[in-house]
Design a binder for this molecule. Structure first.
Ligand SMILES: *Cc1c(COP(=O)(O)O)cnc(C)c1O
Length: 431
């Protein structure tokens, strides 16, 4: 025992090792010191040899200073809420890194005076949606709805269809959000049906606007009717359309999904949407519409409380002007391509790996019920947990006793990463 104690290296000696010193630069001294202390503890207990301490420290170091892990999304759900919704494009990631330092987000370098915050991102938005006279960006879709409600309808009424009183997730409901801002909701119609006459009977002097909410995460089928933006616009009141999913133009694969351009052309005064759903950008809320309306929102005191940060502005602009983001890429993937990749991967994995046809989903509040034909590598279900705990973690879905790794949501370049991850857990290694 005493001999072993004497051989245990000192903390400072371990910290001075070049690989460990490099980790201190990257992860910070306290984090690395805690790992070193843990390994020395194991060394004292005889579980780690004194000459194996440094290697064990390197092994136990966290990959980065965030506890968040980069995950391979093999769920087949393109915009997966629990996996952080839209993965960013390479261009958006580069923009984030650039904007992380000091940046001219609110400075005009030509004059040295204050510049309009986020002008690049807003110009890109206006260029992407020429039907919008002006645009504004806030923290998320819910903040966009909230700002519109507060700035345009405080102490007044908003008319909305009962079938559009949406709960967006985690217990949060659009109608409760709107009411929490001192806006009275006038509900019209029934769960399944509403007509223009219902709206017409409800609007009055106290009505600030008619709200059209896209039922983005459920579908009512059967005996149904709703009223579109074009018809609502005939009521002579502003129409605010909460689109949710953030399509800027119609998408050929999602014909039922509303988009900003069409809603504005149909006569909406304002549309609100999320930036990190089908648009494929960073979390933010988009407000697009009539110049006077957007101006009123931008100047409202609450706008400051939902202001978006420089990182988001940078990533949003790059999403709009750069190469197509991963969400759009996933939607454009042909079923034949995905099947070919699944066959190749299953063959490379070997053993009991097979290929299964699957149906992916848009997910995350978009195109509910619309199947996206896809293919998956099918493996025994007991591989789900070890794959999830590997590095990188791989998240698939379990169906009928099999683990399905759906390739619709896996970038093509990540097939090898997936293959390596599966090989590791099959050979009994832990990630
Ligand atoms: C997703 C969604 C929201 C909320 O947007 P967040 O970006 O999650 O805040 C609001 N309305 C609709 C219709 C949605 O689908």
């Amino acid at each position: 025992m005493d001999d072993r104690r004497r051989d245990v290296p000192r903390t400072d000696t371990v910290l001075a090792e070049p690989v460990v010193a490099e980790a201190v630069d990257r992860l910070g001294r306290p984090a690395v010191k805690a790992v070193v202390a843990g390994v020395l503890e194991s060394c004292r207990a005889g579980e780690v040899a004194p000459d194996g301490v440094v290697a064990e420290v390197v092994d136990r170091l966290p990959p980065s200073s965030t506890s968040l892990r980069a995950v391979v999304n093999a769920t087949g759900v393109v915009v997966h809420t629990n996996l952080g919704r839209a993965p960013l494009s390479r261009a958006a990631v580069d923009a984030l890194v650039l904007a992380a330092g000091a940046t001219d987000v609110e400075l005009d370098l030509a004059t040295g005076r204050r510049g309009a915050r986020g002008r690049g991102a807003l110009a890109a938005l206006r260029a992407a949606v020429p039907d919008a006279e002006d645009a504004h960006v806030v923290n998320n879709g819910a903040a966009a709805v909230a700002l519109a409600a507060r700035a345009l309808a405080a102490d007044r009424e908003v008319v909305v269809a009962r079938g559009e009183l949406v709960e967006i997730g985690d217990g949060f409901r659009i109608p409760e959000l709107v009411e929490s801002l001192g806006v009275r909701l006038r509900e019209v119609g029934t769960t399944n049906r509403v007509r223009l006459e219902d709206y017409a009977a409800a609007v009055g002097e106290r009505t600030a606007f008619v709200l059209k909410v896209h039922p983005s995460n459920f579908r009512v089928e059967g005996f149904t009717s709703s009223v579109g933006v074009a018809e609502l616009a005939t009521l002579g009141l502003p129409v605010v359309a909460d689109l949710g999913s953030g399509l800027l133009r119609p998408h050929p694969r999602l014909p039922q999904e509303p988009d900003a351009t069409s809603a504005l052309r149909a006569g909406a005064s304002l549309v609100t949407a999320s930036g990190d759903k089908l648009l494929g950008g960073p979390q933010c809320g988009l407000l697009l519409g009539r110049a006077d309306v957007v101006h009123a929102l931008r100047r409202h005191p609450m706008a400051r409380a939902v202001r978006v940060d420089k990182l988001t502005l940078a990533a949003l602009e790059a999403t709009l002007t750069g190469p197509i983001p991963p969400v759009a890429e996933a939607l454009s993937r042909s079923t034949a391509d995905v099947e070919a990749r699944a066959r190749r991967l299953a063959a490379a994995i070997g053993g009991d790996a097979t290929v299964e046809s699957t149906e992916g989903r848009v997910g995350g509040g978009g195109a509910p019920g619309v199947p996206l034909p896809s293919a998956a590598v099918s493996l025994p279900a007991d591989l789900a947990a070890p794959l999830r705990l590997g590095e990188p973690p791989v998240v698939g879905r379990v169906r009928g006793g099999r683990l399905l790794l759906d390739l619709l949501t896996v970038p093509e370049g990540a097939d090898d990463v997936l293959l390596e991850a599966v090989r590791r857990v099959r050979s009994g290694g832990v990630g």
